[in-house]
Design a binder for this molecule. Structure first.
Ligand SMILES: Cc1cc2nc3c(=O)[nH]c(=O)nc-3n(C[C@H](O)[C@H](O)[C@H](O)COP(=O)(O)OP(=O)(O)OC[C@H]3O[C@@H](n4cnc5c(N)ncnc54)[C@H](O)[C@@H]3O)c2cc1C
Length: 374
């Protein structure tokens, strides 16, 4: 709910990082009446937040500490789509989700199985419904992030500064080139780059796991149904893999997989995919559907990006121990697009009201790593 503060009492907050987490945080902070500056080094959603699948699930994080964050976020995605998903659509839609097995050497006769959509005409078997239109949905992650930021700028006055944050101090951030932006609070939402800041690096580690993706535009997009597909894929002569296939309302089909541990380059624009991984995803595409074979589909993107990961596989969201007015929100791994909205809403409450009510943030507190250090 809007909670505008008077101009003279507006809390000044700098949000560092223009990925989905930084943008959601800036949006909800500004909606609560804070005066927000968002600083992004390169361009908004240039990293994982623009290259992710955009798959959302209500209950796939149940049974662990992320359950309430994911459930709150899934519901926020639905309400945000009603608020924002007008003519400038960012592709929010509920969809059915299937798990399917493909064995490259297998025979191509899926027609007997009515559960397998007809465009999946490769050697597919063992279909299982693992999500319904009540429990799974999708967004186009770059368009979602951009739409939310545009709304935050136009409706709530968020200022966007393009430039690299070099240093975070109590009460200000220092940019490359020496510009200082004063603020009462700073939120660090720099994805896998968050750990590069010394004040955090001494408390916990955020590392990047590289993942690849391709985007295909089939000649006959009308034939592709709204099904998210989680594959168990057995390549001939290779190790089993679990790539994911997401048709989008734009008619494009996004395919991702091929994880590798690699050093995160300083500049997000320098991230390039490994050609062998890209070639493997094209091979997956061809074996899923003749409509995704290279002659039948244009390759619109071959890309890579980094999942932001922590040592205990949980996000880190909360006040940085011992640093007044400094907050962190990162480590969302493979669920950052899903968990962006509730993370942003909770951080906004924490910064403005001193306490988050939408989600209990205690499992995600950065202070938990101090306990490990003893
Ligand atoms: C292949 C793949 C598929 C995925 N699919 C899904 C999915 O289907 N559903 C889902 O929920 N999640 C998915 N994810 C996970 C999701 O993409 C991430 O969890 C999420 O994007 C992380 O967002 P972020 O804002 O923390 O980080 P990022 O998107 O990495 O953003 C960090 C930003 O900080 C900026 N930055 C870095 N250093 C500085 C600096 N010094 N100064 C200023 N700015 C700086 C960068 O330029 C970047 O824009 C997927 C991820 C991958 C890799």
């Amino acid at each position: 709910m809007d909670d505008p503060q008077q101009p003279e009492t507006k809390k000044r907050v700098v949000v560092c990082g223009g990925g989905v987490i930084g943008v959601c945080t800036a949006y909800f902070l500004a909606k609560k009446g804070a005066a927000v500056t968002l600083v992004e080094k390169s361009s908004v959603a240039c990293a994982a937040s623009g290259k992710a699948g955009g798959f959302l699930a209500l209950d796939w994080c149940d049974g662990g500490p992320v359950k309430s964050l994911a459930r709150a976020s899934f519901n926020l995605h639905r309400s945000l789509s009603e608020e924002l998903n007008g003519p400038e659509s960012y592709g929010y839609r509920p969809l059915t989700t299937l798990s399917i097995t493909i064995t490259e050497s297998g025979s191509s006769s899926p027609s007997g199985n009515s559960k397998i959509p007809s465009w999946i005409d490769g050697p597919a078997r063992a279909p299982r419904t693992i999500g319904t239109t009540e429990t799974t949905a999708q967004v186009h992650p770059r368009l979602f992030t951009e739409t939310l930021l545009n709304t935050a700028v136009e409706k709530y006055g968020v200022e966007v500064v393009i430039g690299k944050v070099e240093e975070v101090r109590v009460g200000s951030v220092v940019m490359e080139g020496g510009r200082v932006i004063e603020s009462e609070s700073v939120v660090l939402a720099l994805g896998p780059w968050t750990g590069k800041f010394e004040m955090l690096g001494s408390i916990f580690r955020v590392y990047g796991l590289k993942a690849h993706s391709i985007v295909l535009q089939p000649k006959e997009p009308g034939i592709i149904t709204p099904h998210a597909i989680f594959l168990s894929y057995f390549p001939q002569g290779g190790k089993a893999m679990d790539p994911e296939v997401y048709p989008r309302p734009t008619g494009e089909v996004y395919i991702c997989g091929m994880l590798a541990e690699e050093e995160v380059p300083d500049d997000p624009e320098q991230i390039v995919g490994d050609p062998a991984s890209t070639a493997m995803l094209k091979r997956v595409a061809k074996n899923v559907s003749s409509h995704l074979n290279e002659g039948e589909a244009q390759v619109k993107a071959e890309q890579a990006c980094f999942l932001p990961c922590t040592d205990d596989s949980l996000p880190v969201i909360g006040q940085v121990p011992g640093v007044t007015g400094c907050y962190v929100a990162t480590g969302h791994s493979c669920w950052g697009i899903l968990n962006g909205p509730a993370t942003g809403a909770a951080v906004a409450e924490l910064v403005v009201d001193g306490r988050a009510t939408i989600v209990d943030l205690s499992p995600f507190s950065p202070a938990r790593f101090l306990a490990y250090k003893g």
